[in-house]
Design a protein. Structure first.
Length: 332
């Protein structure tokens, strides 16, 4: 059985990108002989300043959304990163098995510093690939589903693991990164060249908790090209191709079928229908979410179960690592 580890940052409202690219897929994977570990990556969230109330609330929201999307907490472990001390413990150790040079080469960090000053960045932003390496190595993950923007971080994770294993003998499994299919990458409604992101402007994403009228409005205002012909071509028509992907995911029709349905229609009708389709599907999910979110006892039970399953494995790994490098370890 393959083991997969993945996380979601509670940095904003969950979007259609998170749903189609990750959460919906995670629920489907439960039927594929996979052992899954999903965590709320709240330690990662704080590399950008967060409102404490919102951060705490969103952490619990994501747990409820995962279950809403079909992740079964009896089959997969759902846990909160900050509640498993092993994540911060392993991070500090691994920080000493990576160089400043390696971290400075990370494209995501370089992108950030190209937009503002390097000196003013918080050190957490520089070091977060190490935290990410620990998240994965703690659990001996076989695979990590990542966006292509995270592939470099995964390569670093493999290098850190190999370096440690060389020095102290086999300790960490070197995980494989699996890039999600291109269709699973949902792009911004305002700029189809960049991915839909929860920390971008509100009109660039559909939040899972958006009201139906806002969903319809946002799709109507989504950028398209001037051709007014509905066809799939992610190179020359990235905006309309992105909308076709979303339509296909929600209608379960193939792209070809949708293109044929709209061959005599313009963008206006297509975007209105898409807005109504997504609004009606999200309405069902939102009702389910509300019920789950309000069931505090169930949520806490789920988190407790996930945390205890995760820490049992993670604590063993930290103790093995501490032992190998000569640190005294005892969990009271
Ligand atoms: N647009 C997307 N298309 C496909 N998959 C996506 N994911 C996120 N956006 C898209 C996938 O969702 C999972 C959790 O991601 P995350 O929220 O932890 O981090 P992220 O990818 O950095 O998402 P955001 O929304 O862009 O967050 P911010 O704005 O805070 O950086 C991952 O599996 C991710 O691939």
């Amino acid at each position: 059985m393959k083991r997969i580890v993945s996380g979601i940052k509670p940095t904003g409202e969950l979007t259609l990108g998170n749903y189609l690219g990750a959460m919906k897929r995670w629920a489907e994977m439960e039927n594929e002989n996979i052992e899954s570990f999903y965590f709320i990556a709240n330690l990662h969230a704080i590399t950008v300043r967060q409102d404490p109330f919102q951060l705490r609330k969103r952490t619990f929201d994501i747990v409820a959304w995962l279950i809403t999307c079909g992740v079964n907490p009896e089959k997969s472990l759902i846990f909160i990163q900050s509640m498993i001390p092993a994540h911060t413990e392993i991070c500090w150790v691994l920080t000493n098995y990576v160089t400043i040079g390696e971290l400075g080469k990370m494209t995501q960090f370089k992108d950030k510093v190209s937009k503002s000053s390097r000196e003013g960045q918080v050190a957490g932003l520089f070091e977060y690939p190490v935290l990410m390496a620990g998240d994965v190595l703690l659990y001996d993950a076989d695979e990590v589903p990542v966006g292509d923007d995270q592939m470099q971080h995964l390569e670093l994770t493999r290098n850190i693991a190999a370096r440690f294993n060389n020095l102290y003998g086999q300790t960490f499994k070197e995980p494989k990164g699996t890039v999600s299919k291109i269709t699973a990458r949902i792009m911004s409604l305002k700029n189809p060249e960049s991915k839909m992101s929860k920390s971008e402007t509100e009109d660039s994403y559909i939040a899972l908790e958006d009201k139906p009228e806002d969903i319809i409005k946002k799709f109507k205002r989504a950028v398209t090209d001037s051709e007014n012909q509905i066809r799939f071509d992610s190179e020359s028509k990235p905006a309309i191709s992105n909308l076709l992907n979303i339509y296909s995911a929600f209608s379960e029709k193939s792209i070809d079928e949708i293109v044929s349905d709209y061959k005599n229609e313009g963008y206006g009708k297509f975007k209105t229908d898409l807005g109504e389709l997504v609004a009606s599907k999200l309405d069902i999910l939102q009702k389910r979410f509300k019920e789950i979110r309000e069931d505090e006892e169930f949520l806490l039970k789920t988190i407790k179960r996930g945390n205890s399953g995760a820490s049992e494995i993670a604590d063993k790994k930290v103790s093995e690592v501490y032992e190998k490098i000569g640190l005294v370890y005892h969990r009271f």
